[in-house]
Design a protein around this ligand. Sequence first.
Ligand SMILES: C[C@@H](O)[C@H](NC(=O)OP(=O)(O)OC[C@H]1O[C@@H](n2cnc3c(N)ncnc32)[C@H](O)[C@@H]1O)C(=O)O
Ligand SMILES: Nc1ncnc2c1ncn2[C@@H]1O[C@H](COP(=O)(O)OP(=O)(O)OP(=O)(O)O)[C@@H](O)[C@H]1O
Ligand SMILES: [Fe+2]
Length: 552
Amino acid sequence: MRILGIEGTAWAASAAVFETDDPAALGHGTDRTPDPASDHVFIESDPYQPDSGGIHPRESAEHMANAIPGVVDTALAHAAERHDGDGPIVDGVAFSRGPGLGPCLRIVGTAARSVAQTLDVPLVGVNHMVAHLEIGRYQSGFESPVCLNASGANAHLLGYHNGRYRVLGETMDTGVGNAIDKFTRHVGWTHPGGPKVEKAAKDGEYVDLPYVVKGMDFSFSGIMSAAKEEADAGTPVSDICVGLQETIFAMLTEVSERALSLTGTDELVLGGGVGHNARLREMLAEMCEQRGAKFHAPDPQFLGDNAGMIAVLGARMLKAGDTLPISESSVDPNFRPDQVDVTWRGDDESVARAYTDDGAIRGAEATVDISTDDVVKRRVPKTYRHAKLDDRLRGERTKAEARLTSDARRAGVRTPVVRDIDPVEGVITFQKVGEADLAEQLDPDAVRTVGEYLARLHQAGIVHGDPTTRNVRVGTDADGNTRVYLIDFGLGFHSGHVEDHAMDLHVFAQSVEGTTDDAAPLLDALEAGYEEVGSAEVLSRLRQVESRGRYR
Ligand SMILES: C[C@@H](O)[C@H](NC(=O)OP(=O)(O)OC[C@H]1O[C@@H](n2cnc3c(N)ncnc32)[C@H](O)[C@@H]1O)C(=O)O
Ligand SMILES: Nc1ncnc2c1ncn2[C@@H]1O[C@H](COP(=O)(O)OP(=O)(O)OP(=O)(O)O)[C@@H](O)[C@H]1O
Ligand SMILES: [Fe+2]
């Protein structure tokens, strides 16, 4: 099979030819495993480089109009050279359907339709984000990894479950590359800023910047404002670059580790242009190695926007018969990865793995030793993080966890009793509560209580910060009544803001959606429980949080 891929969502006008001798291996349910080493890939790219500032949508569309015909012709000429025998020179044409800049996507769509019609071959519409992560899965041979996409306009963690890629966590504001590029524009550097930050950071000293993760979601706006203020105050830019890399990449590594812990999988793949950064790859590799997980970053030619990844996923989709009639091939600038009907993977595959309980538990953050009555939680140093940042986070979180666990109980929420705390070593001894994590015994009644408890916390001005199905314990009392306990308040804080309260609900809802087949009754129960005690304003804000298009 030989397929043409075309990419042009924002800055890279790119066309590629992907060829495999063993197309059967691209499908699922076969006994064949793809051998990427024996594939043939040819990529021709023509990037748009703004003279000043960031990407201007009109200029980038002009660039696409000028450059796409050339890269497509070059790729087709290459396909023709490799072609022997009868029939069309490629078996299909795959193109980036979205997300991206509308005017750019339309140019790519028009080019793809015209080539497919001229050659009389099928058209395949590829989701650019899914392509960023499928290339890593394809090259690594991993079965069902957690995927971290660190690209310009996006940043999210995805895992496949029940026919779709689920968003396990994502940025609440800008994409990671765009955040970095905004800082470099502020200090007068040309686009793209990411590679320049990496270079400058080699000669700098670490500076502290705000660190913001909420469950597996995260945000960059506070860090970027603080970084700009540091620059305006005269802090050397190279120092700020170190602070930016250390902070932003530690956040991405931490949420990736949380996703590994929540799903129970031991495979992580990286995708997206920021994946070029050696420090990010180093942190992810170190985290994975220490957990005993496998890590894969694709070859550099497949990291930033490129048509090779579009062609490879296009081939899998074509093999699955997932083609588009011309009349239904319109582009979609807001095409989310979780909207894609994943036709090329089996329904039995899943990112979620069976849970094993062997006494000593390693959460994402800490090791937890459980004895008959007590649980000792140790926030062990994370060597992938800069030592200063690591000390700060471990100290802050240990203190917050001990304080908020007790505050929550005063607000009428069941939590373990705190028996001892050592903030310097990052150790807390808790009463042992419950018999299982909610993740192992998900049922609407318990979830309803979680809703009620979150409402009680919020009424008392407390935000949990990380309410997932693994941070809720369930058990029964002596009379056989179900008891629900909230644990792990380490990311908690005091806030009366509706947005912070809605985020708590969102984080919990995401942890349910990421790991269950039928989330609806559970989410209904969550809201019903919340409604009983909490404010309706928070529930309507939750709707807004969920509907936000985060492609900026
Ligand atoms: C929708 C689509 O158009 C968009 N594409 C995109 O953002 O291009 P991508 O090639 O994945 O990523 C570009 C970003 O990657 C950053 N980047 C490239 N090399 C870097 C490095 N060594 N360190 C940090 N960032 C780097 C750039 O600064 C830029 O922000 C996306 O995938 O979000
Ligand atoms: N007080 C407790 N009683 C019973 N089990 C507990 C208690 N505290 C923690 N555990 C168990 O240990 C696991 C990990 O604890 P915890 O969530 O506090 O650590 P963590 O490292 O922050 O994990 P993560 O970041 O993955 O949520 C919990 O999912 C739970 O199974
Ligand atoms: Fe991209």
